[in-house]
Design a protein around this ligand. Sequence first.
Ligand SMILES: [Zn+2]
Length: 329
Amino acid sequence: MGEDVEALERRLPLIEYLRQCNWKGSPVGRSEFVGLCPLHEETKPSFYVNTRKDIFYCHGCGQGGDLIRFVQLSRHLSFRQSLACLDLQPRPAVDSAAVLEQAATFYQQQLDHYPEAMRYLNRRGVHDPALIRELEIGYAPGGSLRRHLTAQGHSFDLLRQGGLLNVNGSDAFYQRIVFPLRQGEHLVNLYGRSIGAAFAHRFLPGTKGGLYAWEKVRHYPEVIVVEGLFDYAVLRQAGFQNVTCSLGTHLNTDQFRQLYDGSRTVHLAFDVDANQSGQLAADQLAHRLGAHGITARRVLLPEGQDPNSFFVQGGDARQFQSLVEAAQP
Ligand SMILES: [Zn+2]
């Protein structure tokens, strides 16, 4: 036998097996699904699956149990035969994108319920409800995602593989404002900004994708690139549509290619910090873009500022626009 019963059941929750067998269940309550019983003929659904306990029970025929019991009954096999047969099951296609979508939705639903999250957004100058919805901004309070997603029938292993849970099984994002990162419609990662003392920036394992919301800006002849999503949010709120975000000063290959895939002028509005790291990065990037025939200019913000703090401290769209127009090659 390739693996023990417990490991097998962890990897293949009953609900996933049933779905593979084309069983259709409707959710009832937090962690239950009901549908027609696959074990006896019926017209009214009486077959219940509890995804938290990973068991089924049919009120029609009175049968119940776990995944292996279900395979025994439905395929008329012994316990050992059922186990062997499940062991041969293809590993469920790890649909990490679907799980990521559900996590993003869950975080979005939490935002309104946590005053500390709204206070943080306000402090960072983000207050337009329409923009918050458009960017699908959410909040990860920590400690509730695992319960929510396992109740949806996702296995612990899948959540851990996707990085949504730590090795010890707790939520990876704890007290963080969450921005879903999409490439087109496809959700590729989540960015979490700590609202507390924890390490400020976090992504889930894997790629951060291309430039943020690139599809929206790629056709503009002039594009503003910022390094943080809060910079992005305040600029959008101030009415700038031609802005994108590189999620850090180091651009990955995809992001770099996007900037030179057409002719445009790029305005780099990176942080102006004491150690000059933002400006140094902007310098280097401007040079690299220049080598690809792209005009890149550095927007010089006042000392110690980034676009976010510029607006939070009272700067307005007109003032920012003059800085963009004064940008140095
Ligand atoms: Zn039944």
